[in-house]
Every structure is written in C-alpha cells, then in structure tokens.
Design a binder for this molecule. Structure first.
Ligand SMILES: [Zn+2]
Ligand SMILES: [Zn+2]
Length: 120
C-alpha cells in the first residue's frame, strides 16, 4: 500500500469510525465504493471510501463482480503467456533439431558424393 493510499484509508476510517454495514469496531478496512480499476481518479477521494470490517469487506468484494472478473483475467493472461513461451521454445527446439538433421544429411550427402566420385 502506498503512503497516499494509507493516508486515504486512515482518513476514511477516522471519518466513519466503525463498519458502515454492521457497526463493528474491530478489524476495520477502508473500501473503495467505486473500484480503483474503473475509477482510478477516485482512488484517493475520501468521498469514495467506506469503512467496513474484515467480514463485511470480504462479503462486499464477493458480491461485487468487478474485482472478481479482474482476478479471473489475470491467470488467463498468464496462461496465454505460458502457452506463448512454450510454443516459442518448441519452435526453437524444432529449428535446432532440424538444423542438426540438415547438417547430418548434408554430411552424408557429401560422403556419398565422394564415394560416387571414387567409384566412377
Ligand atoms: Zn461489518
Ligand atoms: Zn474493498
């Protein structure tokens, strides 16, 4: 958490003083009403903050599809990147293998040519 974000969270919690959903005074979190992802300009806006306890905060995020969709997209991107790297390495390997094969066949061909020349 950046210092600015911590100051924002402290300001939100100081203003509310309790969980706005259940009134709990323990384990308070400052929650962004409009997600940072869709409203980055409101990230440090105290008016966009809401104090929630740990349990209510967790529930709030479970009900809110925004951050969940974001989390699902991340592994997907990672999977694609892994797939990309695997494919690239496979191509490199095939290139290397084919290079070896071409060299080997070229040597055999040269040898065959020498033998042919000698036989003639
Ligand atoms: Zn609560
Ligand atoms: Zn939150």
């Amino acid at each position: 958490m950046t210092t600015k974000l911590k100051l924002w969270a402290d300001a939100v919690k100081a203003r509310d003083g309790r969980c706005l959903d259940c009134g709990s005074l323990e384990d308070l979190h400052a929650h962004h009403i409009k997600p940072k992802l869709t409203h980055p300009e409101l990230t440090l806006d105290v008016g966009n903050g809401k104090t929630l306890c740990y349990r209510c905060h967790k529930r709030e995020h479970e009900n809110n599809r925004g951050p969940r969709v974001r989390r699902e997209h991340r592994p997907q991107r990672k999977t694609l990147e892994r797939e990309y790297i695997r494919m690239r390495d496979r191509i490199k390997l095939l290139e290397a293998q084919n290079r070896n094969l071409v060299e080997k066949l070229t040597k055999t061909l040269t040898k065959l040519k020498h033998q042919t020349d000698k036989a003639a």
